[in-house]
Ligand binder design. Structure first.
Ligand code: SAM
Length: 220
């Protein structure tokens, strides 16, 4: 599937629209809802990346300060499961598109059973679940064009508790990996990594959520 996007890269370079979206004739996540085989391949690849990132994220930031974390576009729940595993007082909500939400049950199973977690299927461009004091967008901001990013930020602003936090976790655009990922995102979605300096502009203007600080995972 990805090769169709790369073969159409010129479209992204000329228009800033996703070459993959264009080749598929629809937004890639809409395509996944109609093609379970492609979706399963993508979700498995995402989980494999997130397995390593989950450890870096939980070591870089103190999640024990929160009661309820909403993982917005949290994939199959790998990161949420990892945070629930190490923060015993934390509850979690996974918010995902219906086809992905269904596939999150195996990883989150024990937390669903003991009542520390629930899964909400839905479109985060329409609404995100209320009731969290922390909202995590990991590798989600980057798949959203500016219009969608604004809608999602506004929905987070509407849902988040007064003293809540919005946490954005993405590859660092100043690294070689970040630069390659930037091109990959241009090919796939016509988007790209937003530099740290661009975040306050988008976040504060659109959602009135101030950027307080940034954290980097420890080097191993
Ligand atoms: C790049 S993946 C990141 C998944 C997960 N956060 C992680 O890092 O492993 C982007 C996720 O956003 C979800 N997503 C994209 N558009 C969405 C929408 N409109 N509503 C809900 N979820 C969406 C996709 O299903 C996908 O799981």
């Amino acid at each position: 599937m990805g090769t169709r996007g790369w073969a159409n890269l010129r479209h992204a370079l000329e228009t800033s629209e996703g070459a993959l979206d264009d080749a598929l004739g629809m937004e890639v996540f809409a395509h996944f809802q109609q093609h379970p085989g492609d979706a399963a391949m993508f979700d498995a690849a995402m989980s494999s990346v997130s397995r390593q990132e989950a450890i870096a994220i939980r070591e870089a930031y103190d999640f024990s300060q929160f009661d309820t974390l909403i993982d917005v576009g949290g994939g199959r729940g790998l990161v949420l499961a990892s945070l629930l595993e190490t923060n015993f007082n934390l509850c979690g909500v996974l918010c995902e598109l219906p086809n992905v939400a269904e596939s999150a049950h195996p990883l989150l199973g024990r937390y669903l059973t003991d009542g520390r977690c629930r899964i909400e299927a839905g479109d985060l461009c329409t609404a995100v679940p209320t009731g969290g004091d922390a909202y995590l967008l990991k590798r989600v901001f980057v798949v959203l064009d500016d219009d969608r990013a604004r809608r999602v930020l506004r929905n987070c602003r509407d849902a988040i508790a007064g003293d809540g936090r919005l946490l954005v976790a993405e590859p660092d655009p100043s690294t070689l990996y970040g630069r390659l990922y930037d091109v990959f995102m241009l090919m796939a979605h016509g988007t790209g990594l937003r530099a740290e300096a661009e975040m306050p502009r988008t976040s504060e203007r659109v959602s009135a959520i101030p950027i307080e600080s940034t954290a980097r995972p420890k080097k191993t």
